[in-house]
Design a binder for this molecule. Structure first.
Ligand code: FPP
Length: 257
């Protein structure tokens, strides 16, 4: 965990120390709007613009996977008007951006329980996934109605059903058997977790996938998070020593996990 790094003179991290998968909790839209005496929804709109800037920076820097926490399973508890405005924003963003994402080589995926969304939004999500399925330059994973505990529970349920059907022996269930059932298991685990907006918590984001990631917290409010801010986080990551349970001496001798 760290303090902010100055944005000045920060260049993209050296390739060897670059995160493959960046996961972001985009916090601070409401406060950004409040500071301007504007409704919270204006902050979310500004947040959507920051999403575009972040995707551009990831494409420029050769990041393979970007996972964004757009709507948590707990966000339904927000005022009805704010939830409605967010749903409209997601719908419009999908309509507006999908062709450009397709053109730029971005594959879009949604992770979370989507049955709770309106049919119109669900069909836009499915269309975006279908249209961009062949892209490989950047995986953009949008966590929507997602919770890390939900993810682990649905994985456990999938194995329990297989055990009940006699396909697997429950006594043999271990983390290697559970891992493929967890969302995004076909992608590298998150290397770098970023949370904007000053809070220092994970808030039920990718609990399983964050097991060995480096945590980076910044006071910058999400709508102000730009390419320079992302590069500051990547540069900070480049300076971390990741040991995966090994000793510093083993790492220095070239051991890999
Ligand atoms: C948290 O800030 C932000 C959200 C719950 C919504 C995130 C949504 C966006 C960034 C908009 C667009 C996203 C996509 C993928 C198109 P907050 O409202 O909790 O801020 P606060 O802590 O200052 O109140």
């Amino acid at each position: 965990m760290n303090a902010d790094v100055s944005h000045a003179a920060v260049s993209p991290a050296a390739p060897a120390r670059k995160p493959r998968h960046i996961a972001i909790v985009m916090d601070g839209n409401g406060r950004w709007a409040q500071a301007r005496h504007r409704p919270r929804t204006i902050g979310h709109r500004a947040g959507a613009r920051a999403v575009n800037a972040c995707i551009d920076a990831c494409l420029d820097d050769g990041i393979e996977v970007l996972t964004l926490f757009a709507f948590s399973s707990e966000n339904w508890r927000r005022p009805k008007e704010e939830v409605g405005a967010l749903m409209q924003l997601f719908l419009r963003a999908l309509d507006r951006e999908v062709d450009e994402l397709l053109r730029r080589g971005v594959r879009v995926r949604f992770v979370g329980e989507r049955a709770a969304f309106a049919p119109e939004l669900r069909s836009r999500m499915a269309r975006a996934e279908e249209l961009t399925r062949g892209n490989t330059r950047l995986h953009l994973c949008i966590a929507a109605n997602y919770g890390g505990r939900w993810d682990i529970a649905q994985a456990a349920r999938a194995l329990a059903l297989r055990a009940a059907a006699g396909d697997i022996d429950p006594a043999r269930i271990d983390e290697h058997m559970l891992a493929p059932q967890i969302a995004l298991s076909d992608l590298p685990d998150a290397d770098l977790f970023i949370r904007t907006g000053g809070e220092r918590r994970i808030s039920n984001f990718l609990l399983w996938q964050l097991a060995y990631c480096e945590l980076y917290f910044t006071d910058i409010l999400w709508p102000d998070f730009d390419a320079a801010a992302l590069r500051a986080a990547i540069a900070d990551f480049a300076g971390r020593e990741r040991r995966f349970g090994m000793t510093a001496a083993q790492i220095a001798a070239g051991a890999t996990p």
